[in-house]
Design a protein around this ligand. Structure first.
Ligand SMILES: Cc1cc2nc3c(=O)[nH]c(=O)nc-3n(C[C@H](O)[C@H](O)[C@H](O)COP(=O)(O)OP(=O)(O)OC[C@H]3O[C@@H](n4cnc5c(N)ncnc54)[C@H](O)[C@@H]3O)c2cc1C
Length: 347
């Protein structure tokens, strides 16, 4: 029975702790309680990348796994975690529309695209002269319910504590003299403070989100073009998100607000009243792929990070792949391994 310390209780560390506990490991999850990504995120899962109208990376693997993972967590738990979320994409150009038209009936894309109908052509024509398409298989994950369910439904021990790196002995795999078979770091953007893994290119990408009251949007469909606007009840919509690379603060800004309000103009001509504004930080990587594996020199230390803007889609299956790597020496996806990177460890 392996004894494992997981550092960081966002979606990465919580899903990994759950998977390891399911495999009968004795898991301690330590979290500082200062989450700025999982708890801020909209938790939206969109299977397409709109710019070139391609499928999201490994979507045919990630999405079925994520759906069944979240649904299993809901069983016997009286809160919903996974909400189906119809989404309408307003095309940004004729080219984007043509990509859709050429793909909508193909076997590869028909699971994710509804063929454009006459009705689609007449929806919200305001400022959207290229029309729109309905994306299938979009979801929203309720982060708070998810983290609660993971805590309640699994047998890992959760401790609220900021792990003090100076108390870790990398050779022994110990923290405060408690010895573990492995310590796995899942600190999101705060990996940059980790003395063993700060060589990894985790780029803090700030994102701001508004809650607004506005007319002219849909209560039943999320509308997307430059931003997403999702109905959250009481006449309010969440509008997000901005992307500010290389920025590790959660200060809400006038620029962020204005950018989102400008983007909202693509979806409705009505003026919006801002009722809330929040900011968070995504742990992104240059090649948009996660960071997974053991430290190149310390075989008791490992990392699971770099989920970028897609943690809610990726974490369920990748946490299972990470646990199989840690427990069964199973090979990781070559796009996630640390050795793909040019950067080298300083420790
Ligand atoms: C504005 C915004 C909108 C987003 N929207 C979406 C979306 O719609 N869909 C989607 O899939 N993704 C979205 N994301 C991205 C998603 O939130 C991330 O992919 C995901 O949350 C990353 O999870 P994580 O567990 O790696 O990091 P985090 O959630 O940041 O968790 C890291 C945890 O580690 C803890 N920690 C750090 N250092 C220590 C330490 N020394 N000791 C103890 N604990 C420590 C922190 O307290 C934190 O709880 C969004 C992100 C932002 C900012």
């Amino acid at each position: 029975m392996k004894k494992i310390l997981v550092v960081g209780g966002g979606i990465a560390g919580s899903c990994l702790s759950y998977q390891l506990a399911k495999r009968n490991c004795v898991v301690t999850l330590m979290d500082s309680g200062t989450n700025v990504s999982t708890k801020v995120a909209g938790g939206v899962i969109i299977p397409l990348v709109f710019r070139r109208m391609t499928k999201s990376w490994r979507i045919d693997d990630f999405l079925p796994y994520a759906k069944s993972f979240y649904q299993q967590l809901e069983d016997g738990f009286d809160t919903t975690i996974l909400y189906p979320m119809p989404l309408r994409r307003f095309f940004s150009s004729l080219q984007e529309r043509n990509y859709w038209l050429t793909r909508q009936h193909s076997d590869e894309f028909s699971n994710y695209m509804s063929p454009i109908s006459e009705e689609d052509e007449s929806v919200f024509p305001y400022a959207n002269k290229f029309g729109s398409g309905r994306v299938k298989e979009c979801y929203r994950v309720d982060a708070e319910s998810l983290l609660n369910a993971l805590k309640i439904k699994s047998s890992f021990q959760l401790i609220q504590e900021t792990v003090d790196y100076s108390q870790i002995n990398a050779e022994k795999g110990s923290y405060k003299n408690e010895v573990y078979d492995c310590i796995v770091f899942c600190e999101g953007y705060q990996a940059n403070d980790n003395p063993w893994f700060n060589y990894l290119p985790v780029d803090p990408t700030k994102g701001e989100v508004l809650t607004v009251k506005v007319d002219g949007l849909s209560e039943t469909e999320v509308l997307n073009r430059k931003c997403s606007a999702a109905f959250v009840g009481n006449g309010a919509y969440k509008v997000g998100a901005t992307y500010v690379w290389h920025t590790a603060n959660t200060i809400i800004t006038e620029e962020g607000k204005q950018e989102l309000l400008d983007h909202l103009n693509c979806l409705t001509e009505h003026p919006a009243t801002v009722v809330d504004q929040v900011a968070g930080i995504r742990p992104t990587t240059i090649d948009r792929r996660p960071l997974m594996g053991f430290h190149p020199e310390h075989n008791k230390l490992a990392v699971f990070n770099g989920l970028g803007a897609k943690g809610f889609l990726l974490a369920p299956l990748l946490s299972e792949e990470m646990s199989a790597y840690l427990l069964d020496n199973k090979v990781l996806d070559k796009e996630c391994v640390l050795t793909r990177l040019k950067t080298t460890s300083a420790n």
